[in-house]
Each structure stands twice: as C-alpha cells, then as structure tokens.
Design a protein around this ligand. Structure first.
Ligand SMILES: Cc1cc2nc3c(=O)[nH]c(=O)nc-3n(C[C@H](O)[C@H](O)[C@H](O)COP(=O)(O)O)c2cc1C
Length: 343
C-alpha cells in the first residue's frame, strides 16, 4: 500500500532521528528510542549485493523493522552498482514485513576499508558521477515501490579534498529526498571534532532543491542539538553515539528545542530506571538474536547505561564478564541493593 509521505519531512519543526550504528541501532533499541521521542531511525547498513545474490534471509537480522514500535521505518543499503540497489529494493519489497518499510537510505559515508575499497560507502565520494547514477535509478525504483529515497554521507573523502558541496548538489539533483551529513571526512573516521561549518556550506549548496537536510556529528544534548541546527541551518538532526545507553536523550533534546530551557528539559533518570531500560534492551535483543549473542553484543552498551553512577567502573567489569541474562540481572540487583542500603 502506498503511504502519503507529504508530511514525512515536514520542515515546520526539526526532526530528531537516531543515526544508524552497526551493532547498536538494532530494532529493539530503535523502538525504545522512538518511544522516547526519536522521529525515526534507519537500520544499520546492509550490502545490496548480498540481497541480490542471497535474498533477504541472510541479512534479515540487520534489516528487521517493527513499524508498530518504530513509527516511520528506514532500511539502509550500501553498494557500488546502481543495479544492485534497485534489484535489492525490489527483493526487499517482496518480503511481507520488510515491504512495509517507508524509506530506503543509501550509505555514502561508511569509512571502513573493506567497504571503501569496493567503491561503496564513503568510496562513492570519490566517484560522484556514479553516486549520482545510483541516486537517480534508486529514486525511480523507490518511487515505483511507494518508498522515499534518502542518502547519508560525509563532508568529503579526505581532508585535503572536501568535495561535499559538489557532492550534495549531485545527490539533490538526482532526486535524493533527504540528505544527512556527518561532519567528518572519511579519512577522519570518528576522530577529531565534527566540522559543522562544512555541513553549513553543504546545506547552503542544496537550499534551492527543497531537499530535507539532517546535520550529524557530536550532538550530545539539547544545547548541542540547538547549536548544530543554528550553525548549519539544517532542518533536522541525527544523533548517534550519545544515544547509546541513553534513549531518553530524544525526549530531552526535543523538550529543549521546544522550550529552550535546559533546566526544564534535562530529566534526571534514576539508577533504577537506567537498570530497567538496560534489561528491557537486553531482553528485546535476546528475542532478536538469542541470549548468547545478545549478552555478548550488549557488552559495548551496558557500560553506557550505568556511566556516571557511583561504582560504575566495578559494575562495568562484572557486566562485561556476564554471559547470561540472569547474570546481568543479578549484578544489577546486587548494585541496587547496595545503593538502597547506602553502602
Ligand atoms: C559503531 C558505529 C557504527 C556505525 N554504523 C553506521 C552505519 O551502519 N551506517 C551509517 O550511515 N553510519 C554509521 N555510523 C555513523 C553514525 O551514524 C554517525 O554518523 C556518527 O557516529 C556521527 O554521529 P555522532 O557523533 O552523533 O555519533 C556508525 C557509527 C558508529 C560509532
């Protein structure tokens, strides 16, 4: 069924979205973030070619969506050939659940060597003409399937060739309906500070195209969200790392953007609430991938939930050794009891 997307990228208020993060932005976490204010959240990246070769089964866990819990849904694909994207989209739309996706997002920002060396991800920043062809054919196919086509990219490939301005124009010219820019070059990976001024220049360069524009990089709270929007002139903001272990960030940022008052916006989340949310995420992930994998994958996330609380360093060590849900529960229960006893 075709949905009406006319109000999806409504510029009357800034959208606040969860940035895709491989290993972190699973369907469970995206649902939790949406429940706390995230407007939408693309899945982590999936290789278009793999879908063309193997169908959706092999990559299903990365593409799984939950429209009831997530609201607007988006699947992110990466690749280096226009035909792979268009074919992958058609195959995805043959699956009962995945066909309900609203947005196809193309990754043109991944800096990982094994992706870049195939010319995909941020490698496409080096071949703007090919990137344009990919967007053009993908938009056409997305439209025929009743979907929206968006692109996520960076400010350039290397620091001495920040070609983001030209690149953004090519994306917009070929029909991208929204563009998200992470303010680092591919060579920078995640180091240094995100360059919001370069994002502003890219935003400016596509102003006349009417494309929705997300700024991304180093947003961690309400004030930094307000600042990136003001500096870049972007329509919306995407938040990645700061949301890990802190899905409440979305309501905090939204309240701040609405009321401009940090005191009103910042919520004090108790240790107990953090533990409960950690367990909710863990439980959801177990439903997705099984207990062993979920507990293992949560080792990078659990410390984020308890960060800043007294005794966090000790707890982190214990949590990172846990291998079952029961062990995690026990560690958290023990800490809660010690805190209640004032020890
Ligand atoms: C662990 C990790 C995995 C990521 N995976 C993806 C991905 O699959 N697709 C994507 O477009 N960006 C990915 N990114 C980039 C983030 O979406 C985001 O652009 C970047 O972290 C900067 O935003 P932040 O400062 O708010 O974290 C990833 C980042 C991290 C840290």
């Amino acid at each position: 069924m075709r949905r009406d997307f006319s109000d999806l990228f409504d510029t009357s208020r800034p959208l606040v979205a969860l940035s895709p993060m491989a290993g972190f932005s699973c369907v469970t976490f995206r649902g939790l973030c949406h429940g706390l204010g995230s407007d939408y959240a693309p899945t982590e990246l999936t290789r278009a070619r793999s879908i063309v070769m193997n169908g959706v089964t092999k990559s299903y866990r990365f593409m799984r969506i939950d429209p009831e819990k997530e609201g607007v849904t988006a699947i992110q694909l990466f690749g280096n050939t226009p035909g792979d994207f268009t074919e992958a989209m058609k195959i995805i739309c043959e699956d009962e659940l995945l066909s309900r996706v609203d947005i196809f997002d193309i990754n043109m920002g991944c800096p990982v060597q094994k992706v870049v060396k195939t010319g995909a991800g941020s490698g496409l920043l080096k071949t703007p003409e090919l990137a344009g062809k990919i967007v053009k054919s993908s938009r056409k196919t997305a439209e025929s399937l009743g979907k929206v086509l968006t692109v996520k990219t960076r400010i350039g490939f290397s620091d001495n060739n920040l070609n983001g301005l030209e690149f953004a124009k090519i994306l917009a010219d070929n029909g991208a309906q929204a563009i998200c820019v992470h303010g680092r070059s591919a060579m920078q990976m995640y180091a240094g500070k995100a360059d919001w001024e370069q994002i502003r220049l890219m935003r400016e360069s596509v102003k006349d195209y009417g494309v929705y524009f997300f700024a991304n990089g180093d947003v961690k709270d309400g004030p930094s969200a307000r600042e990136i929007l003001d500096v870049t002139g972007a329509d919306g903001v995407m938040i990645g790392r700061a949301a890990c272990g802190n899905p409440w960030l979305f309501s905090e940022v939204k309240d701040y953007l609405l009321c401009q008052n940090a005191d009103n916006a910042i919520k004090n989340i108790s240790f107990k609430e953090k533990c409960d949310m950690l367990l909710t995420e863990l439980h959801g992930r177990i439903g997705e991938v099984g207990e062993r994998t979920a507990v293992c994958e949560m080792r990078g996330v659990m410390p984020q939930y308890i960060k800043g609380f007294q005794g966090a360093a000790k707890m982190k060590v214990a949590l990172c050794r846990a291998s079952t849900e029961m062990e995690v529960r026990q560690i958290l229960d023990d800490c809660l009891r010690l805190r209640e006893d004032g020890l």
